[in-house]
Design a protein around this ligand. Structure first.
Ligand code: 5GP
Ligand code: ZN
Length: 113
């Protein structure tokens, strides 16, 4: 756990987000500023800054993808959804605890802006 990390505080339940699901290695909660009818953030419980660091922990990476798939199914996103991981400032990463955006419930344009 990183002391000053907001998402670590969510995992520890020091601050309560709107929890959607959790597993041994991953945690899912609703984004505070949703960009689609379903906008859930799926994070590793382990504090890593980004996807490159997450790749060094394959069990945690697999846990994040598995929980994302489970949430997508539970949210009824049968016709498609998107997983996005912004990495670094140019990509718009603002929280430096790795997170996967799960977006769905509307048509999603491609390529993104
Ligand atoms: P990023 O820009 O790093 O890819 O995504 C960070 C996401 O975290 C944003 O979509 C933002 O709305 C979300 N976020 C920031 N602060 C909070 C918060 O306090 N609670 C929740 N649930 N989401 C947050
Ligand atoms: Zn953290």
């Amino acid at each position: 756990m990183s002391v000053d990390c907001l998402f670590c505080k969510f995992v520890a339940r020091e601050i309560e987000p709107q929890v959607v699901a959790e597993s041994e290695t991953a945690f899912a909660f609703r984004d505070i500023n949703p960009q689609a009818p379903t906008h859930v953030l799926v994070i590793p419980k382990r504090h890593v800054a980004n996807a490159a660091e997450l790749a060094q922990h394959p069990a945690d990476a697999a846990g994040v993808l598995a929980l994302a798939a489970q949430v997508a199914q539970a949210e009824g996103l049968n016709t498609g959804y998107r997983l996005v991981t912004n990495t670094g400032a140019d990509a718009g990463q603002t929280v430096f605890h790795c997170h996967v955006h799960l977006l769905g419930g509307r048509g999603l344009g491609w390529p993104p802006g």
